[in-house]
Design a protein around this ligand. Structure first.
Ligand SMILES: *[C@@H]1O[C@H](CO)[C@@H](O)[C@H](O)[C@H]1NC(C)=O
Ligand SMILES: *[C@@H]1O[C@H](CO)[C@@H](O)[C@H](O)[C@H]1NC(C)=O
Ligand SMILES: *[C@@H]1O[C@H](CO)[C@@H](O)[C@H](O)[C@H]1NC(C)=O
Length: 217
């Protein structure tokens, strides 16, 4: 009986350890594609039981990663998120103010718990992936000041209208057919005002209050 109990406990611990390690491996996979001239990722030691003691990583009480705070960290290289799918509880991905290049990985759309995706002020190119439309919990999407091209996926506007998205800043890119950064810049903010929902749309430096037409039927 006691030995059965013990082996159960052992199995449970082994399971937790394996699960935690997969999150560490996912982060380590991301690290391996980034350049880190200031060694801000030095504490990311894959031999530790879980990544919760690493700098710039925050976990919940179950030792599952909820935040990555790597803003203004001078990181270079590309963002490879394939393995980040293994971070099921990630809520905050803060990578603003770095020198990250390449495309925004469409796999980010798998991080369904994301509340905040801050990739602003980097060197990102290519389109905004439509898969971001899967992020039903997303409240803050800041992709401004990159080199993004292509059309803004309609699904993002739907996320503002129907989802939780409150702030989306896509200014200072080459989006929507503009071939210079002086082109149209758009910034949205959904705020509640009185009993209805107002949108604030910034085009350039000018703010417009827009009330969405709501069908009563
Ligand atoms: C990034 O680089 C700048 C200039 O080299 C330096 O002043 C700053 O401390 C660096 N930031 C970090 C987080 O190391
Ligand atoms: C992750 O995202 C990619 C690209 O959007 C998709 O093809 C893939 O099926 C997703 N994987 C999971 C596990 O959802
Ligand atoms: C939106 O992005 C632009 C370009 O980076 C920036 O100048 C502006 O301050 C941002 N707006 C807000 C409200 O953050």
């Amino acid at each position: 009986m006691a030995s059965k109990m013990l082996s159960f406990i052992f199995l449970a611990i082994a399971f937790v350890t394996v699960e935690s390690n997969s999150e560490g491996d996912a982060l380590y996979g991301m690290r391996s594609n980034l350049g880190d001239p200031n060694n801000v990722l030095q504490s990311w030691d894959p031999t530790l039981v879980n990544p919760c003691t690493w700098f710039h990583v925050t976990c919940n009480s179950e030792n599952s990663v909820t935040r990555l705070d790597l803003g203004n960290a001078n990181l270079t290289g590309v963002l490879v998120v394939r393995s980040l799918e293994l971070l099921p509880n990630l809520q905050y991905l803060e990578l603003f103010g770095n020198h990250i290049s390449g495309q925004i990985p469409s796999e980010l759309g798998n991080l369904t718990k994301l509340i905040s995706l801050d990739l602003y002020k980097n060197q990102l190119t290519g389109p905004i992936p439509t898969s971001l439309g899967h992020l039903r919990s997303l409240q803050f999407l800041r992709l401004n000041s990159n080199k993004l091209t292509g059309k803004v996926p309609v699904v993002l506007f739907k996320m503002i209208q129907l989802g939780n998205l409150q702030i989306m800043n896509i200014s200072d890119n080459y989006l929507a057919g503009t071939n210079s950064k002086i082109g149209l810049t758009v910034y949205f903010r959904k705020t509640s005002c009185e009993d209805t929902i107002c949108w604030c749309i910034e085009i350039g430096q000018v703010f417009y209050d827009v009330r969405p037409t709501v069908s009563n039927s």
